[in-house]
Design a protein around this ligand. Structure first.
Ligand SMILES: [Zn+2]
Length: 166
């Protein structure tokens, strides 16, 4: 039997439409999923979607992400050794805090690459799979030692396990 007494307000409440909209806004779009796995996402206009978790890790729309500067100001020929390039940040470490204070945060992108290789721009071109090292301040903060051997699968899986199920 149809209940004609139901108001639109009741209807919205009964279907939790507001909650649904909030969930959609917090879902990664297909383009974002692609970008997170390739060139990364610049957070200039989306920084409200980035959360710093209690353990210091970052989540973008509920997806654990890493922070990095995706470019070098020299040519690949001069040097693509990972030790001479920018580091990847797994937590909101001392280095990032200093960068944030300096106001140079806009050059960073977030990524969820799990192979330690990243989309990286040199003055003479882009490398799709450039190996980068993890920041030692991050390793010290998260693992308690800067000599930790980074295991990305473990790092990303731990993030998922720690999350509450919907
Ligand atoms: Zn760091």
């Amino acid at each position: 039997m149809i209940n004609f007494g139901i108001t639109l307000k009741n209807l919205i409440e009964s279907y939790n439409i507001e909650v649904l909209e909030e969930n959609i806004a917090n879902c990664l779009t297909k383009i974002e999923i692609d970008r997170l796995g390739k060139e990364g996402i610049s957070l200039d206009s989306n920084s409200d979607k980035l959360k710093i978790m209690p353990d210091g890790t970052f989540e973008y729309k509920d997806e654990r992400v890493l922070y990095y500067i995706p470019k070098a100001y020299f040519t690949k020929r001069i040097g693509d050794a990972p030790s001479s390039l920018s580091r990847v940040h797994i937590v909101f470490c001392r280095t990032l805090k200093e960068q944030k204070k300096k106001g140079t945060f806009s050059q960073y992108k977030v990524t969820n690459r799990k192979d330690g290789k990243y989309h990286y721009r040199f003055n003479d071109g882009i490398v799709e799979n450039q190996e980068l090292l993890v920041c030692q301040n991050c390793l010290q903060q998260f693992y308690g030692t800067k000599y930790h051997n980074m295991d990305y699968e473990e790092f990303f899986n731990k993030g998922r396990q720690g999350k509450k199920s919907p």
